[in-house]
Design a protein around this ligand. Sequence first.
Ligand code: BGC
Length: 748
Amino acid sequence: MSNQTTTAPEEVTTDLTAIPAERKAGLLSGQNFWETEPIPELGIPAIVLADGTYGLRHQSGSHDHLAMYDSDPATCFPPGAAIGSSWDPEVAARLGSALGREARAQGVDIVLGPGINIKRSPLCGRNFEYYSEDPHLTGILGSAFTRALQAEGPGVSVKHFAANNQETNRQSISSDVDERTLREIYLPAFERVITEAQPATVMASYNRINGVFASENRWLLTDLLRGEWGYKGAVVSDWNAVTNRVASLRAGLDLEMPGGNASHDADLRAALASGDIDEADLDASLARVAALADYLPTASVAVDYDAHHALARDLAADCAVLLRNEHQVLPLEGDLSLAVIGEFAESLRYQGGGSAHVNATRTDQPLESIRSLAEEREVPVAYARGFAINGEDNALLLQEALTTAAQSDVAIIFAGLDERAESEGFDRQNIDLPVNQVELIRAVAAVAPRTVVVLSNGGVVSLEGWHDDVDAILEGFLLGQGGGSAIADLLFGRANPSGRLAEGIPLRLQDHPSSLNFPGERGHVRYGEGIMVGYRYFTTFETPVRYPFGHGLSYTTFTSSTPAVHVNAEGDTAVTVDVTNTGQRAGKHVVQAYVATDAGPVRRPLRELRGFDKVHLEPGETKRVIINVPRRSFAYWDVQYGQWVVAPGDYSIQICADANTVLTETRFSLDGDIVSSELTLETPLGEWIDHPIVGERVLNDLGFASAEISPEHLAMIRSMTMQQFVHISGLPIPEEVLTGLMTASKSD
Ligand code: BGC
């Protein structure tokens, strides 16, 4: 394993005048799969890029981006689905720092992560790599990861920008999504990472957005990213995403990766010669690519891979989610005999496939770790393979498992999805566990006194058909190379589960809001559910789920006080909650703060996560938690005004156990923003009456007081435009009255 780093050249300059214009075109794409072109004129060597959303995939040998060739050994930390479930920016930061150190030690300057796309559908093959269905949770974790990684020296590439929420036809599909939904759901995590953590690069995704490739989308890459968000770093393409190099440069895409597409470089030169682009366009991008030299090493770094393995194990214990724990079967205590069942216990599924795949330095297996903890406690452990991972029925394996389970006090079944079931590059067809595993779980539960199921899967799996048969379910998602021992620690109570679901588990796939429009057809996927993604839909439309977003149990219990809400003059809010550990064990609790309102002229989800904090509490201990909820958290994106608007009205801060369960809440009202649009004769009468400036005068000025109109009549006429109303009502409304109101409506 290499601990070598190259150090930065003495003198890096940014004077581009020494470089001929034609040569500049060639410097805006890589020199090979993982490196930029060196720029000797500026004293800049090749910048090395490598994948890394939860562990480094640095290929010093053969190159590819689907992990078909091995990469250099590195620590496989818990993948995004697990990190999302930690609900802990500290976990994301510790992972980021360690990954940054490994990158530095292996000579990598830019790490291609974090992956912060929203889990729009549970079927997305890359959900194992992404954090959550919620933009706030995703953004907080992505920002913590980025700041920590970059503090070690290398830069990151936050990806995949944007609206890349499926693998089916990912290189061509158009994500057809309205602006409010983009602004409120699919962009905020990027906005947070970009404005809070200044990532070295942003990776433009493969897909189209409303028909325009992300890599050629000037609104996305320039107007929004640089104009509105003030981004100064470089935009890099996803690997082979660029179809039209000239259009992508014009849109603001600086660096095409990988290199080797001579025709694209030639296209840029031709566009330069024809005047379609000018040298200043090339200079702007080249300056941003050259600025990546800031991420070159200044000193060499050595990594303690044993310490990183221990870290991977610690982090994993903070990520697993205890979904169910009847009869307090967990933690395993006292005089017990155990039957461990399922091949995953011997070879745990701990990470995903595709470009994120890490060549782990080593792996802990649950069976071995359980045996060693059981030995300390003199607890006998029997093992049975139980089922064939390839899904084939195997009566012998089943029978052996049943015999073993029947002779033990507690059966612990390791179930889940194997690597063929989910990966980058394709989406799942369903959320079911393989039938042979469901049969095994039911049969074992019928003979074992107590049954615990430990799940390993990247995207959520259905628990239907067997949930009620078992006593406990520990959902690990994919826990990285330390996952096996972390699971044993959790089962025996050496660690207390503190993960919370970062995506809800539906009862049925068809209940999920994305179902009607996933994965799209004829080259388009319509984001028809709009902002009602995940729990926003389930809660608003009272659709039952098996476990809601935010759910997760502990071996101890907590209470939260009613939130004290303090709104300052700027409209930013501080929410103060006292949390107490009322149980017998130390543990971590996630305080979840949601905003609920129906203020404003647009449909709001029942509640939205706007703040959270994870705190460690000893038994009996109380801690005060202060969660800042900035003004923007109360706003919706108003498509008419093209801005964030806080609607005047009533709001509530709800402290919840999960998205479905309000523990305690505080209501208050906000003056909000007075925004007004200019009235015209085409504006519906209802909008005239509700207008924040002239609304109160409208009915009077039109010649009758509101008392004269019955509510039914008012309801009938609200949808008529003023023109239609004047015409149909036959009222002698003077033109100057209308003109006066319209003129007054302009001032704001
Ligand atoms: C993936 C990216 C990855 C790149 C390089 C692409 O296929 O979408 O996430 O960084 O390959 O491996």
